[in-house]
Design a protein around this ligand. Sequence first.
Ligand code: PEP
Ligand code: MN
Length: 341
Amino acid sequence: MDIIVLKKTVTEDELNKIVDKLAKKGLKANISKGTERTIIGVIGDTSKITEEESDSVKAMNGVESLMRIIKPYKLASREIVKENTVINIRGQLIGGNQIALIAGPCAVENKKILLEIAHEVHKAGANFLRGGAFKPRTSPYSFQGLGKEGLEILAEAREQTGMPIVTELMDSKDLDLLVQYSDVIQIGARNMQNFRLLLDVGEVDKPILLKRGISATIEEWLMAAEYIMSKGNHKVILCERGIRTYERATRNTLDLSAVPILKQLTHLPIIVDPSHAVGRWDLVSPMARAAVAAGADGIMIEVHTHPSEAMSDGEQSLKPKVFSQLIQELKPIAKAIGREI
Ligand code: PEP
Ligand code: MN
């Protein structure tokens, strides 16, 4: 038994009795109230539950059925939640019919440039603003981000444009700040298996954009999502950003097949970041078009008004004009597969 499916008519009292019974066996209940029905994800070592114990749970009032989930990830699995998870962020939906367009610079560099970029991407049609205030840089001598000041600048851009903010968290000590300023908390590729960080963001009520680890398998990535969900935060957005392969023509190799594979395996939304995948601005638009055609729920693109002067990732950043053109190109592709931009 990994999942307890409850009857539509289940009462609060019946639910509490089931949770108590699990607690007596040292198991925790993760209650997920869906639109159709409520399910309990049983957390802990369920392999020790005997058949008799399992039957006694099945006989309890309010229980419809018990399910054994074969996959190691449970709450993230499509086996549990059949319908797509749709996340509402200040009125913008991710995971529904509309394709999310997240754009902005790699890092928040200063107020003037960030506001300039924010207005440009907004005008082009972006519905989320990205920008790092805490940057995971390969070298400790590279620009590390503006920290709190960067978050304040992002908040001002949100005020001026209305676009919700996506920004990265690198350390749990900054979580309160991120909760205060951001709308979506990004967990970067390098931290995909920072389990302490995953558990901590699992405790907050904010959507989490979970990037795929540099050499993570799809299953490891879904297990990382499971860490977050196991703590009660089910608002996880997966982001494919390329994986490390032997190929050096691009910064990473964009694994586009991850999109349709994940659509089968999980109910969570999946977006694609072609910028970090290819590492070259001239390849970003073709791969963004391919990502939408493959069924991605959104794309995340690095845009800069002066890429040659950018403090990080200038070589993969689109100028606003190219970004605007890309959005126009994406529209008929989205329409062809029954989606909207
Ligand atoms: C980023 O989005 O700026 C970033 C650092 O991405 P990744 O973690 O995918 O390298
Ligand atoms: Mn970047």
